[in-house]
Write a protein that binds this ligand. Structure first.
Ligand code: F6R
Length: 338
């Protein structure tokens, strides 16, 4: 396979619609919504198209304006989520907008009711809490954003080749992170008995903070909140004391300096900081309580790597608390009712 190009056969025929789209509307729920939120940053930056990311359950009961030259992307692991399905049916009734699906389950309702789409081929996801499906959704959305950006000539040929190459290197970098699972478990061990946790990230890592918090809530029943790091001072900072762990996505990107000052704000109030940093990072290491390194990567791809330690932390905390990680209470793998 040519590793310098992106092939997405399922959307090949509708690429002109995507290129001409006035706007992309993303419809999803839960973790799939978080994947959509990551892609908002990527589509806007690389493909220069406005994006709205909507909870399907809210969208379907608003009176949204949908234009015929909008492209709607429904993201759903199961392809059966009732609100997402109802939202695309509403789009269909009200407009000629092109509707795409990003689903994991082949032949699912959403994949059948969309005009075109991409299967994530993540394999059957047994655990109720979505993990590999999230990674696969972001991968597909990243590929779409890069492809569209290149086709629209917002990404130069040489950059495009580099970006695609960087994408192919992600699995190896994930394996690197997994080699440190024992260390991550030791970090998790320190936070097994907390009652609250805060997750902070900026830019493309803000939705990863939301996802980290969701995973902790779902499988360990610890209350957790994800926030854009700069919003902390607009409220959540009041919660910080020596009992509050704050998981900070602090990789070396454009907002690195700002994230450092967010960490200082937490430390000044005696909060515990667990920072996910770029390999070799030295400054945060001196101020954070725990530091977990991830390999350096293209900024656009950082969600794919940064979510892995957060997933492992949630998993380890849940196991240590004696929770059923695969089958958390009150949750269903596929939410087919409103
Ligand atoms: C969280 C989780 C849920 C789902 C949501 C949407 O771990 O699994 O939040 O992401 O119920 O499900 P799908 O993607 O099947 O539409």
């Amino acid at each position: 396979m040519d590793q310098s190009k992106i092939f997405l056969g399922g959307i090949f025929d509708v690429l002109p619609k995507l290129i001409e789209a006035r706007r992309i509307i993303i419809l999803a729920c839960g973790t799939s919504w978080h994947a959509g939120l990551v892609s908002e940053y990527l589509f806007e930056e690389y493909a220069r198209v406005p994006v709205e990311v909507e909870y399907a359950s809210e969208f379907r009961y608003r009176k949204p304006l949908i234009y015929d030259n909008d492209v709607v992307i429904a993201i759903s692991q199961s392809g059966e989520t009732a609100d997402t399905l109802a939202a695309i049916r509403m789009v269909r009734e009200q407009s000629e907008a092109t509707i795409l699906g990003i689903c994991n389950v082949a032949g699912s309702s959403i994949s059948r009711e969309t005009d075109a789409g991409v299967y994530t081929h993540a394999g059957i996801e047994i655990g109720v809490a979505s993990t590999k499906a999230f990674t696969a959704q972001i991968t597909v959305l990243t590929m779409m954003a890069f492809l569209l950006g290149h086709r629209k000539k917002h990404i130069a040929d040489s950059d495009y080749v580099q970006m695609v190459k960087a994408l192919t290197q992600v699995p190896e970098k994930m394996r690197e992170i997994l080699k440190h699972e024992g260390f991550i478990k030791d970090v998790a061990n320190k936070y097994t008995n907390v009652t609250n946790a805060l997750y902070l990230g900026r830019g493309v890592l803000y939705p990863v903070a939301l996802e980290g918090a969701l995973k902790l809530k779902e499988i360990s029943y610890i209350h957790a909140e994800g926030y854009p790091a700069a919003e902390m001072k607009h409220g959540p900072i009041a919660l910080i004391d020596e009992n509050m762990p704050v998981f900070v996505l602090a990789i070396k990107d454009d907002s690195y300096e700002k994230i450092i000052s967010n960490i200082q704000e937490v430390k000044a109030r005696n909060g515990k900081v667990v920072a996910i940093v770029t390999e070799g990072e030295k400054t945060i290491r001196k101020i954070a309580d725990d530091v977990i390194e991830i390999p350096s990567c293209h900024r656009a791809l950082s969600p794919l790597l940064a979510v892995v330690p957060l997933q492992i932390i949630s998993y380890q905390i849940a196991v240590m608390r004696g929770c059923n990680v695969d089958q958390p209470r009150n949750l269903a793998k596929s939410v087919t009712v409103e």
